[in-house]
Design a binder for this molecule. Structure first.
Ligand SMILES: [Zn+2]
Length: 171
């Protein structure tokens, strides 16, 4: 994980970033009193579902090059997750979508660099044609019974499991 060794405010050395149980935690600068929180970075995405199939993208860049991913990405500092998910989907797929429901929130890490807090919606298409962005090798519709075996990020499988359980419960 990325950690601060020096206070970003005053430049003094910081204490170790782990708490007594070894987990990453906030660092307090003993020189200036600044508290440096190490919260998970917020990300948002959506399962775009049409006729019972979900739209996934195969990544053309690292991390996770060649693996399937759910459309979404990192939020801007001021951005509501629903707006961020819609923006990322427009950029990655060419589709304008509307968030229909909040699906799930899952924790993950971004290839051991930092933690992520991943907010996922169910989305419906408003308009547009599917057109993969440059950072995707392809976009493909998957049925619930034929999902990819492997995903770019560990949390993607948990999101798909949540989707499958909502299908079973008829939600
Ligand atoms: Zn300081």
């Amino acid at each position: 994980m990325y950690v601060f060794r020096f206070c970003p405010d005053c430049g003094s050395p910081l204490p170790p970033p782990e708490d007594a149980s070894g987990r990453l935690s906030a660092q307090v600068c003993s020189a200036c009193g600044s508290i440096h929180f190490r919260n998970a970075k917020p990300c948002a995405g959506a399962l775009v579902v049409r006729d019972g199939q979900v739209l996934l993208g195969r990544r053309a860049i690292e991390p996770g090059l060649g693996l399937w991913d759910i459309p979404g990405g990192f939020l801007e500092p001021w951005e509501h997750p629903a707006d961020g998910a819609a923006r990322e989907i427009a950029e990655e797929t060419g589709l304008r979508v509307r968030m229909a429901a909040l699906l799930t929130v899952v924790m993950d890490s971004y290839h051991d660099q930092f933690y992520t807090l991943n907010i996922y919606y169910l989305a419906e298409i408003v308009d547009g044609e599917v057109q993969a962005a440059d950072d995707l090798a392809e976009l493909r519709w998957f049925g619930a019974d034929a999902l990819p075996d492997e995903f770019a990020f560990a949390h993607c499988a948990a999101v798909m499991d949540t989707w499958l359980s909502t299908l079973k419960s008829g939600a």
